[in-house]
Design a protein around this ligand. Structure first.
Ligand code: COA
Ligand code: AMP
Length: 643
């Protein structure tokens, strides 16, 4: 014990914990797993017999919902607050204790069970930010069913793709969401998706919201409340630790989204561990993630992690600005005694735009507030420093992905707060052995940019595979650098081991913290009958980080007004991908810049749009095309100048 203490002092607490996680992963994660309630203990902490495929806690059986709700009730904490629903867009404010939430979830699980849902079945949840959506996720987990939440800002076409791939038994939805003060009807989107999908679920449960009710489709839809009124509570069904808890689709480089699979055991272990060690949250404390349950950030840190930890989570149906103003976040923190807020840098840029002096902060008592965590996109140092200056609490940038489910790089406040270097999310968290590799797979010197990869095995909680696509999983993530997980991000490690994440190595862009595939947007544009060819790039935007811009080459002989086609193209993306793509700029050009082998020079176009210097690629087919791209961008208000 004394030796351990001495060692800690010499190398720092973080260093010591980190080192142990890599040297003794089984001991490290085995101890973390002891913090949960298991129906059967695991045979092994880590099964590495199928490398590069790994399984955490094989042989173990547990139920995630039991660990998130029932265990707190059974240990005497049923009256503790589990969830606060704060909805400035409807005026609703509801509080659920652990007992309340457990009872509601058990009843909903009973309703699902009565409709034939059993362990392993998939259930799609296409719902706004209401408590019933959280209950739906937990009710699936209770039965061992696999939920797949689809973000409300996606169009029916994206929903249809997810229905076909996950083949749900049921779909749970609602009559509407509320966006920018107006009701967004969900039912027409659901109907259209079900018309288009080849898989037909057994039925749908629809939550009628008073803000805008919808007509139910006879023979397919049931009213949520009616289904619940006749239901009897269902018990937790223990499942294998390696069984899937959920599928969450995320953008890949093509229009076919990737179904990220999350297991039950590793996920619960990692999330509970992260709640204390990364976010420094204890049971009973109020933790708020301002995101959406449709994203991984919402899955992990609105729903599962805070509840596994016995903390109180805030479900906020509103925006950082406009609901009603740039003081909304401070009002929520003060009113509910939030100790830690997690959101995307975009939210802070939006607040800062409207309240540059942070005057609204002073109108609220933020004495409970301890830390701000930011993720989802690169955090520009300016935003970080502004937040630090105005809030006077640690502002922690941290980096992670849908694939990993929890942070890869962070400043672990619950272990030891390390100095913040603006522009860096700090150091790899315990369990992650990160390397920076060049194209040949060799490690590059500190300070040199390369592909950020994680040495296998990844820690528990990360995705073991892609739904229905093991081959794609191996090919996309594990093949370019054997023995490593390819994150798809580029960056460097500095002399102190801090990671700087600089951007994607593929065609994924990040718009207001939302991950989008330029390939998918191009597919939507290509459906326009007058479009012969197109390219989409992400250009810098002061508020949203990036915005997609599309370049269209029209079919030879097309004589229609260019403005009409550009307008229609914008609508094609809205209808094909959804409003979340924030696609507002389509530019008709004569040709696209390409290499002689036909590869579109998207990188060069991006540099032009952002006003960065670039070299005309030696392999370019016709350099004159770049002038036309510059002009088109300039006309549209982007930098466009040739460096
Ligand atoms: N259902 C339906 N439509 C949705 C939606 C949902 N759940 N979420 C967003 N949309 C719509 C918006 O209404 C908007 O539509 P519009 O083109 O008709 O105006 C469009 O999708 C684009 O949304 P967004 O990019 O979010 O822009 P915004 O102007 O509505 O809000 C911010 C801008 C910065 C306030 C907002 O993006 C934000 O709060 N971001 C925080 C980041 C975040 O939550 N990231 C998640 C990962 S951590
Ligand atoms: P998502 O899967 O939607 O969570 O998006 C993951 C991607 O967002 C990452 O691969 C990064 O490109 C980007 N990202 C997330 N967090 C950060 C961060 N803190 N810094 C830089 N990029 C980030």
């Amino acid at each position: 014990m004394r030796t351990r203490q001495k060692q800690e002092n010499a190398m720092g607490k973080f260093e010591e914990v980190y080192k142990r996680s890599l040297e003794d992963p089984e001991g490290f994660w085995g101890e973390a797993a002891d913090q949960l309630v298991w129906d059967r203990k695991w045979d092994r902490v880590l099964d590495d017999s199928q490398a590069p495929l790994y399984r955490w806690f094989p042989g173990g059986r547990l139920n995630t919902c039991y660990n998130a709700l029932d265990c707190h009730v059974e240990s005497g904490n049923g009256s503790r607050l589990a969830l606060i629903y704060d909805s400035p867009v409807t005026g609703a404010l509801r509080h659920y204790s652990y007992q309340d939430l457990r009872d509601e979830v058990a009843r909903l699980a009973g309703a699902l069970k009565a409709r034939g849902v059993e362990a392993g079945d998939r259930v799609i949840i296409y719902m706004p930010m209401v408590p019933e959506a959280v209950m739906a996720m937990l009710a699936c987990a209770r039965l061992g069913a696999v939920h797949s939440v689809v973000f409300g800002g996606f169009a029916s076409n994206e929903l249809a793709k997810r229905i076909n791939d996950s083949q749900p038994r049921l779909i749970l939805s609602a009559s509407c969401g509320i966006e920018g003060g107006r009701a967004v009807p969900y039912k027409p989107l659901l109907d259209k998706a079900l018309e288009a999908a080849s898989h037909k679920p057994q039925g749908c449960l629809i939550l009628q919201r008073p803000e805008e009710r919808c007509e139910l489709t006879a023979g397919r839809d049931e009213d949520w409340q009616e289904a619940l009124s006749g239901a009897t509570a269902a018990d937790c069904v223990p499942v294998e630790a390696t069984d899937p808890l959920y599928i969450l689709y995320t953008s890949g480089t093509t229009g076919q989204p990737k179904g990220i699979v999350r297991d039950n055991g590793g996920h619960a272990v990692a999330l509970k561990w992260s709640m204390k060690h990364v976010y420094n949250i204890d049971p009973g404390e109020v933790y708020w993630t301002a995101s959406d349950i449709g994203w991984v950030v919402g899955h992990s840190y609105i729903v599962y992690a805070p509840l596994l930890q016995g903390a109180t989570t805030v479900l906020y149906e509103g925006k950082p600005v406009g609901t009603p103003d740039a003081g909304a976040f401070w009002r929520v923190i003060a009113q509910h005694g939030v100790v830690t807020l997690f959101t995307a840098p975009t939210a802070f840029r939006a607040i800062r735009q409207q309240d540059p002096q942070g005057a609204k902060i002073a109108e609220h008592d933020l004495s409970s507030f301890r830390a701000l965590f930011l993720a989802g996109e690169r955090c520009d140092p300016d935003t970080l420093l502004w937040a630090q200056d105005k809030l006077k609490v640690p502002v922690i940038d941290h980096w992670w992905q849908t694939e990993t489910g929890w942070p890869i790089v962070a400043n672990c406040l619950g272990i030891e707060q390390l100095p913040v270097k603006p522009g860096s999310p700090t150091r790899p968290v315990p369990g992650w052995d990160l390397r920076i590799l060049d194209g040949e797979g060799n490690e590059v010197p500190r300070g040199t940019i390369g592909s950020i990869v994680g040495r296998l095995p990844m820690p528990p909680g990360t995705f073991p595979t892609l739904w229905n696509a093991q081959e794609r999983f191996v090919k996309t993530y594990l093949s370019s650098f054997p023995g490593y997980y390819q994150t798809g991000d580029a960056g460097y490690m500095d002399k102190d081991g801090y990671i700087f994440v600089m951007g994607r190595t593929d065609d994924i862009i990040n718009v207001a913290g939302h991950r989008l595939s330029t390939g998918a947007i191009e597919e939507a544009l290509a459906n326009h009958p007058d479009v012969a060819e197109c390219a989409v790039i992400g250009v810098h935007d002061d508020l949203k980080g990036q915005l997609p811009v599309g370049f269209l080459v029209l079919n030879a002989g097309c004589a229609r007004p260019v403005e009409d086609i550009e307008k229609e193209a914008v609508q094609y993306v809205r209808d094909g991908i959804g409003p979340v793509a924030a696609f507002k700029t389509a530019l008709v050009v004569q040709r696209l810049p390409k290499t002689r082998s036909g590869k579109i020079l998207r990188g060069t176009m991006r540099h032009i749009a952002d006003g960065e210097s670039y070299n005309t690629p030696a392999t370019i087919d016709d350099p004159a095309i770049l002038d036309e791209i510059c002009e088109a961008l300039e006309e549209a208000g982007y930098a466009g100048r040739r460096a």
